[in-house]
Design a protein around this ligand. Structure first.
Ligand SMILES: [Zn+2]
Length: 327
């Protein structure tokens, strides 16, 4: 359960960043309005041919941005107010309403209505405003769609980015855009709603870049790098443990070989350099080669220790052979 103490979610940080983006070119402004209309817009039919548009948005910044876009791009004057929903614990929803004239301007700009021969308006079916061949407009559409219907998980917890499409038109547009921009997406149905999602961190980072959320992108990259570093550290620690097991195993064998030499040959029969090392190995089976070398007087380097221990192992194995030759 998310509590206030968690601070703003990663998705809301992305939203905060997106609403601060410049409104952009005129073509892009219309694309973003289109996306926000498809994700958060509703039509109200009031009698014959009278259609008005209203929006419901939870994010204050997104509502403010849409208000500006509508005013600047279409020169319409939405009324902005908010309602609080009791079921959601006094959750605040912003409502933007357009009157009949402004609604008509908007729907005409988005090619969503057509005027019949008798002058009445009707909604177009199966419409797609324009193919959005321009990269700039695709960016704007994706940004608007994220503000209206997108979310993503905190990268600390996992990589998941999604849009939920409440209608087929939006689903088709989003899928087409993802294909055009080269994002491999997946879909599933959640309560009759199509969810379009991406799971790969690289792809999510590219999407954040495309939408212009460069601050969130950097945050996500940092989180990812830290996660990878932690993973490597864990792997390295496991590897060290594995190595030290092997090392102890080898040290035990060396100590055993020295004991054999001591019993069958006598350490005093060994050259002094080997004699001292054999004694030290028997006394300290837990030391690494470096540590063993440091315990010698004078100290020995790791490779010298290694070389002498190999000599001792060889002597022990020769003793073994002699023994089996006797019988
Ligand atoms: Zn554009």
């Amino acid at each position: 359960m998310k509590t206030k103490a968690d601070g703003p979610s990663f998705a809301s940080q992305v939203r905060e960043e997106l609403v601060r983006q410049p409104l952009g070119k005129s073509c892009c402004q219309l694309s973003e309005i289109d996306a926000l209309t498809q994700t958060s817009g509703h039509l109200a039919f009031r009698g014959r041919g009278v259609i008005t548009v209203y929006y419901r948005l939870e994010n204050t910044g997104a509502a403010r941005r849409l208000f500006q876009l509508l005013k600047i791009r279409l020169n319409v004057n939405p009324m902005l107010h908010y309602t609080t929903t009791k079921q959601l614990g006094g959750h605040r929803t912003w409502v933007l309403m357009l009157d009949e004239k402004d609604s008509r301007i908007l729907l005409a700009a988005l090619h969503m209505i057509e005027t019949g021969e008798d002058g009445t308006l009707s909604l177009k079916r199966n419409v797609s405003r324009h193919p959005m061949t321009r990269q700039c407009c695709r960016k704007a559409f994706l940004r608007g769609a994220f503000l209206g219907a997108g979310t993503m998980s905190n990268p600390e917890k996992g990589y998941h980015f999604e849009w939920k499409a409440e209608n087929e038109r939006l689903a088709v547009n989003l899928r087409r855009l993802m294909e055009k921009s080269g994002f491999p997406y997946q879909t599933y149905l959640r309560r009759n709603m199509q969810v379009i999602y991406i799971k790969e961190a690289d792809q999510i980072i590219s999407l954040l870049a495309l939408m212009g959320a460069s601050g969130s992108l950097l945050k996500m990259e940092n989180i990812r790098v830290n996660k990878q570093t932690r993973l490597h550290a864990t792997r390295a620690a496991n590897c060290d443990e594995h190595n030290s097991e092997r090392m102890l195993d080898a040290a035990q064998k060396q100590a055993e070989a020295c004991r054999k030499i001591s019993l069958q040959l006598g350490l005093f029969n060994l050259p002094p350099g080997l004699r001292e090392l054999a004694r030290k190995r028997m006394e300290n089976p837990e030391l690494s080669l470096t540590e063993l070398g440091e315990a010698m007087e004078p100290p020995l380097g790791k490779s010298a220790v290694n070389h002498r221990l190999r000599r001792l192992m060889q002597i022990a194995s020769e003793l073994d052979q002699q023994q089996s030759g006797v019988h």
